[in-house]
Ligand binder design. Structure first.
Ligand SMILES: N[C@@H](CCC(=O)N[C@@H](CS)C(=O)NCC(=O)O)C(=O)O
Length: 218
C-alpha cells in the first residue's frame, strides 16, 4: 500500500524505520500504538503535546502531519495519516491482525462504521466531560449516540468472540480504542456484557497495554 505523502525531509541514517507520532488521551493514536505492541513490531513512539499550537509542534511532525493531527506513522520516509488507514497499512506490513481474506470486506465495514460512530461518540463525550465542558443538550446527544453505538457492538459481539470470526483484527483495535476509558464517560460496560467480555479478551492479549501507559511514554 502506498501513501501520497512521501516526505521531502532528509531522513537521518539513524532514523527508526517506523516512527509513530501520537498524543496522550488520543484513542486514535492508541489504535496504531496498540497494533505495534500486539504485533511486537520494533518502532519509535514520539508523543506530541497537543496543547501546543499546531504551528509550534516539532517541525518533522508538522511536515509529516497532512491534517495537523495525531496519529501519524512515518514508515521508511513516507507519512501515513488517519488512524484506520494507518491500521490497514500496518496490518499489511506486519501481517498481524489482518483476519482471513474472506473477512476483508467485513473488517473494512467495521473501520468505516467506527470513524463515524463509536470513534466519534465516545471520544467526544469523554472530551466534553473531562476537558471542554459542553451544554447539557450536547452531552445528551453524545450520550445517546454512544449508548446506541455500544448496543450495536454488543449485539455483534453476542454472535462472535471478536468482530470477525477468525480472531482479533484491526476491526477490534479500531472499535475498542476509546473503550478502556469508558468510565470517564459515565457509561458502564456492565450494561453491555458482550462488550465487557470482549474488552477483557483484548486486555489478555500478549503485549496489550492500557492507553494511559501506551501513550504517555515518549
Ligand atoms: N480522523 C482522525 C482523527 C484524529 C484526531 O482527532 N486527532 C486528535 C487527537 S485524538 C488531534 O490530533 N487533535 C489535536 C489537534 O487537532 O490539534 C484519525 O482517525 O486519525
Amino acid at each position: 500500500m502506498t501513501s501520497p505523502h512521501a516526505l521531502t525531509l532528509p531522513q537521518s541514517a539513524a532514523a527508526p524505520t517506523l516512527l509513530l507520532y501520537g498524543g496522550a488521551n488520543s484513542g486514535h493514536s492508541y489504535k496504531a500504538r496498540l497494533l505495534l505492541l500486539l504485533s511486537n513490531t520494533p518502532h519509535q513512539y514520539q508523543r506530541i503535546a497537543l496543547d501546543t499550537p499546531r504551528a509550534l509542534r516539532p517541525a518533522p511532525f508538522v511536515a509529516a502531519s497532512k491534517f495537523g493531527e495525531v496519529p501519524v506513522l512515518v514508515d521508511e520516509g513516507t507519512a501515513y495519516c488517519q488512524s484506520d488507514a494507518i491500521l490497514l497499512h500496518l496490518a499489511q506490513r506486519t501481517n498481524a491482525l489482518r483476519g482471513n481474506a474472506s473477512e476483508a470486506a467485513a473488517i473494512l465495514e467495521w473501520l468505516f462504521w467506527e470513524t463515524n460512530r463509536i470513534g466519534f461518540s465516545v471520544p467526544n463525550l469523554r472530551y466534553a466531560l473531562r476537558f471542554e465542558p459542553q451544554p447539557e443538550p450536547v452531552l445528551a446527544y453524545l450520550r445517546a449516540r454512544a449508548t446506541a453505538d455500544l448496543a450495536q457492538l454488543d449485539n455483534a459481539l453476542a454472535r462472535t468472540d471478536f468482530l470477525v470470526p477468525s480472531g482479533p483484527t484491526i476491526a477490534d483495535i479500531a472499535c475498542c480504542a476509546y473503550l478502556f476509558w469508558l468510565p470517564d464517560t459515565g457509561l458502564s460496560t456492565q450494561d453491555f456484557p458482550h462488550v465487557s467480555r470482549w474488552l477483557s479478551a483484548l486486555r489478555a492479549l500478549p503485549g496489550w497495554m492500557h492507553p494511559d501507559l501506551a501513550l504517555a511514554l515518549a
